[in-house]
Ligand binder design. Structure first.
Ligand code: FHN
Length: 445
């Protein structure tokens, strides 16, 4: 081969090696296209499940901590590892869990592949501290759930903690004598585990957490974001891969941070946002299973949260904490089922909708808008005298107004800028109702 060809080949190689695409420079249009399914789906089921389900919130007779129990009670690693020998969730049924999510109207699932305790809930080649090698159960629950989601047409996502209390190079307390080599943990453990999760289970979402540790930096977040998007360009990744999250409010404190969406936790944004965001919330008070936590939010509260989130342009990721037997607590299943009944009747006001600048009127009316930009949904959870008055939107003359769940159009009048809609004596369903108003204009804020 002539020298010139060798030179060209060498240049081409060197360019290709250094021409790694920077996914952080993705255009707004490309990001919109990549995120569209996620934004349309609106509602996901979060699952926090791991060894912490064995103690279930109580250690040595003392309550406290759920998925944080190892830290809360300062359980020595060797002591905590013993839970692996007790973890044998014979009632685990991935298809059943997916059917619960579908019955709720959840369109995606995000399950903990590894929480802060460092235990891997899949058959990892990077460690034996995993569900197949370290427990009598010996089944790869991540694989079983990924397969069940795929069969059921539900998107599959993984929660993965950057913080790792078990790995000696990630936890200074593990071996005080030696200075942990966090870079070694990141390059030889964290990244290889994420690569095998992507390769083996093809998640659509990666949901990071534990980014607050001092060892983690924005630069490492950007590097990891590009590493992962290069492995799977369509991945949707939350903002906890970076350092930008402003506490539990969850939105970025600064621009150009790594990650695709903000992550308010146990709260909903106070107003609407055109940024991508997802509120994650528990149904009782804990993420992981706690046998004594019976403080369940009502179905009415959960449905009104979903409505509020959708009206503000966000997603709602609602958590279940399965027990050590592999069962999702019945009170969670009941509430999720009621959400599904409500969504079955009113789903077009929630999925694939956009937020309006005027997303609410008073405390009892929220608005969403169909992608056609003409259909407005007025979602109300209180009415008097079988009528509802709305000032925020102005249906065009001749436009039709329906109540979702009933077929015949409703009578409405417009007077002094207010629309008065007569409601039937019996409203279909419970908790909240949807007026579908075709060809309506929303007043500017
Ligand atoms: O420390 C975690 C906690 O255990 C849980 O996983 C929540 C849910 O996202 N995130 C962290 C607390 O902000």
């Amino acid at each position: 081969m002539k020298k010139s060809c060798l030179l060209f080949a060498g240049l081409a190689l060197s360019c290709s090696v250094f021409a790694q695409k920077n996914y952080l420079e993705e255009s707004k249009a490309a990001k919109t296209q990549r995120m569209q399914w996620w934004h349309d789906d609106t509602f996901g089921m979060f699952i926090h499940w791991g060894l912490y389900a064995v103690p279930a919130g109580t250690y040595n007779g003392k309550d406290g901590g759920a998925e944080w129990i190892m830290e809360t009670h300062h359980i020595p690693t060797a002591e905590y590892e013993k839970y692996a020998a007790q973890f044998n969730p014979q009632q685990f049924d991935a298809k059943k869990w997916v059917s619960i999510a579908k019955a709720a109207g959840a369109k995606y699932i995000v399950i903990t592949s590894k929480h802060h305790d460092g235990f891997s809930m899949w058959d990892s080649k990077v460690t034996n501290y995993d569900i197949v090698d370290a427990t009598p159960f010996k089944r790869d629950v991540i694989k079983e759930l990924a397969d069940a989601c795929k069969s059921a047409g539900i998107k599959f996502g993984l929660y993965h903690s950057i913080m790792d209390w078990h790995h000696p190079n990630a936890n200074p307390k593990q071996k005080p004598a030696q200075k942990p080599d966090f870079a070694k943990y990141r390059e030889e453990y964290l990244k290889p585990q994420l690569a095998e999760l992507i390769k083996k289970y093809d998640p659509a979402i990666l949901w990071f957490d534990g980014e607050w540790i001092s060892e983690w930096t924005e630069e490492q977040g950007k590097d990891l974001y590009n590493y992962l998007r290069a492995l799977k360009p369509s991945l949707v990744i939350n903002n906890r891969i970076s350092k930008a999250r402003g506490g539990m409010e969850g939105m970025n404190k600064y621009e150009n941070a790594a990650g695709d969406f903000g992550t308010p936790e146990q709260e909903i944004l106070k107003t609407n946002s055109q940024d991508y965001w997802e509120s994650c919330m528990t149904i009782n008070n804990n993420w992981g299973f706690v046998k004594n936590d019976q403080n369940w939010k009502s179905a009415e509260t959960l449905i009104n949260n979903l409505i509020d989130v959708a009206a503000k342009g966000g997603n709602y990721l609602l958590n279940v904490g399965p027990n050590a037997a592999g069962e999702i607590p019945a009170p969670s299943v009941e509430r999720l089922g009621e959400m599904g009944v409500w969504l079955k009747q009113n789903k077009e006001a929630i999925y694939s909708t956009n937020s309006l600048e005027n997303y609410k009127e008073g405390d009892h009316i929220r608005f969403t808008q169909g992608k056609d930009g003409k259909t407005t949904y007025a979602i109300f959870n209180k009415q008097e005298n079988n009528e509802i008055s709305i000032a925020t939107i102005q249906p065009k003359k001749g436009s039709k107004t329906y109540l979702l769940g009933l077929n015949q159009p409703l009578n409405w009048t417009s007077n002094n800028g207010k629309v008065l809609v007569k409601l039937p004596a019996e409203l279909p369903g419970k908790y909240a109702w949807v007026l579908k108003i075709q060809d309506a204009a929303s007043k500017a804020k």
